[in-house]
Structure formats: C-alpha cells, structure tokens
Ligand binder design. Structure first.
Ligand code: THU
Length: 140
C-alpha cells in the first residue's frame, strides 16, 4: 500500500467516526480519491432496517455531487470488524458489499480499492468480475 492509499484509509477511518449505526453497531467509513480531492462517507442506518446506506455509496454520491466524475481509488474502514482469531489481517469480511461493488463498477471502474481489513490493494475487477452492464438492442 502506498502513501496515498494509507492517507485515504486514514480519511476513511475519520469518516467512520461520523457513522450513524445504532442498530448494527458496525460503523463503516469510506473515502474516495478523485483529481479534485478526497470525499468521504459513512454508513447511515434507519429503524426500517433495509433503508440504510453503506459508506461506500455515500462517499461516491458525495464525490459526484461535488462534480467529480473520475474516481482514482476508494478506501474502506471498519473499526468494529473483528480480525481473524489467529491475528491475521487479510480479508476478514470488511470488504465492500455486493451492492457497493455494483456501484463501483458503474462509477469507479478503474479504481483501486483498499480496506482496513487487508494489506492488499485490489482492482475492482478482482472484486466484481463479469459485472452486470446494461446492453440493449434498442437503446439509443
Ligand atoms: N456496510 C457498509 O457501510 N458498507 C459495506 O460494504 C457493507 C456494510 C454497513 C451497512 C450497515 O449499516 C452495517 O454496515 C452493517 O451491515
């Protein structure tokens, strides 16, 4: 992981402090890097369980609403995730969920992905190969 990726993870960790997750008690922060800067988001839950939003989608929306269309990378921080029993830190479940991977495939197809749960750097294709895309005969 390079310095920019570590810095983005730090921004994601700070964003996680702003999460509203009283139901799951699982806070998530995300930060996206664009040519214009860093844009963060956190998970926001509601009492109607299915109506929350993940940190990654909040961060992507934040960047988009600031006019940013190119996403260089995204970092995800899950301070409440429990590491493996053996102490290893790679991929213990705190990676972007399937819905967020679909958003990333649409809005950040070339982005690298780093997470507090792993020392690896991923490309979106690693996380969502063969992503759904809308190809229709009659689209104009
Ligand atoms: N969550 C995220 O923010 N990002 C993910 O990629 C997976 C899950 C949130 C949703 C919910 O508020 C909490 O984590 C527990 O599922």
């Amino acid at each position: 992981m390079n310095q920019a990726q570590q810095n983005l993870l730090q921004a994601a960790a700070e964003a996680a402090e702003l999460a509203y997750a009283p139901y799951s008690r699982f806070r998530v922060g995300a930060a996206v890097l664009t040519p214009g800067g860093v844009f963060s988001g956190a998970n926001i839950e509601t009492a109607s369980t299915n109506l929350g939003i993940c940190a990654e989608r909040a961060a992507l929306t934040h960047a988009r609403m600031r006019g940013e269309q190119e996403i260089i990378g995204i970092a995800v921080s899950c301070p409440d995730a429990r590491p493996h029993e053996d102490g290893s830190v790679d991929e213990y479940g705190a990676m972007p969920c399937g819905a967020c991977r679909q958003w990333l495939a649409e809005l950040a197809p070339s982005a690298w992905v780093v997470a507090s749960s792993s020392e690896k750097v991923y490309q979106l294709d690693d996380l969502l190969p063969l992503a759904f895309k809308l190809h229709m005969y009659n689209s104009s």
